[in-house]
Ligand binder design. Structure first.
Ligand SMILES: [Zn+2]
Ligand SMILES: [Zn+2]
Length: 270
């Protein structure tokens, strides 16, 4: 079986650079067995998401490509779901659950995209206390399955995105680590998988993938399966860092990863 696939793939329906068909053709050219689209769900407060209007078109187009290229590659219709999405995430083959926004004072507020937004969130809503921001992020992450049937937790510790250049808290602090672990314990049994997200390494904003190794070890202890993804916005990068990613997982104790098939997720050796 061809197990080469990427399930965290963006395209022109949100902030990706290539059309879905260009992505599928690139995946075929690279010898992929599967490609899963995970456009950003409609987020009313965010510019880079799909809109309410183009979401049905997205589903239609990916389903069309599934049919057209079915003899060459498995195409999957996924969604990168965020808790601020007002549309019910139904009809998808799988959901990645990711937080880019926090619910504060009765409103969703975006913190992601550029370093300044992470910093502004900490200053504006947490009195400059980065640890308080991190704790609230994990508290809300743990509740994500209350909103939608999530298959994969996306970029588990996105709040560490700019840790190398703009640290907002000490990620070795026991209190920080406990908050991340408590969320994992709450999510265990409710979400089967997390992603080793190599996107930030590929783009050069981090030197290691999401999540940090201590979190991966906890997720392993709690029985989570793992998929390797590239959170790809440019088609030529869809397979970047995948081999290094396997090595990283092995160093954290994993011996297998999961892939998506037409029959659902299955484990394969790393
Ligand atoms: Zn994301
Ligand atoms: Zn993404």
């Amino acid at each position: 079986m061809n197990t080469l696939q990427n399930l965290h793939q963006h395209c022109t329906f949100c902030d990706g650079k290539d059309t879905p068909e260009e992505v599928v053709l690139e995946a075929i050219a690279k010898g992929f067995g599967g490609i899963g689209f995970s456009s950003h769900c409609y987020m009313p407060i965010v510019q880079y998401s799909m809109t309410a209007e183009n979401t049905p078109e997205y589903c239609k187009e990916i389903n069309r490509l599934k049919e057209v290229y079915k003899d060459q590659i498995d195409v999957f219709l996924g969604l990168e779901y965020d808790h601020c999405c007002p549309l019910a995430p139904v009809g998808y083959d799988y959901l990645i659950g990711s937080l880019h926004n926090l619910y504060i004072d009765g409103e969703y507020r975006n913190f992601d995209g550029i370093p300044e937004k992470h910093k502004a969130m900490v200053d504006d809503y947490f009195g400059g206390d980065g640890l308080a921001f991190a704790k609230e992020y994990y508290r809300q992450l743990a509740k994500l399955p209350d909103k939608a049937p999530i298959d994969i937790i996306g970029h588990y510790d996105l709040i560490t995105r700019y840790q190398d250049t703009q640290p907002l808290f000490d990620w070795n602090d026991k209190a920080y680590r406990n908050a991340a672990i408590e969320a994992a314990e709450a999510l265990a049994g409710r979400v089967p998988l997390f992603e080793l997200n190599c996107g930030a390494v590929i783009r050069g904003t981090r030197t290691t993938p999401y999540p940090q190794d201590f979190i991966i070890k906890e997720l392993k202890r709690l029985g989570f399966g793992v998929v390797i993804t590239t959170d790809c916005h440019q088609k030529h990068l869809m397979d970047a860092w995948m081999e290094e990613g396997k090595e990283f997982l092995r160093s954290c104790g994993y011996e297998e990863r999961h892939i998506l098939t037409k029959e659902g997720f299955i484990p394969v050796p790393l």
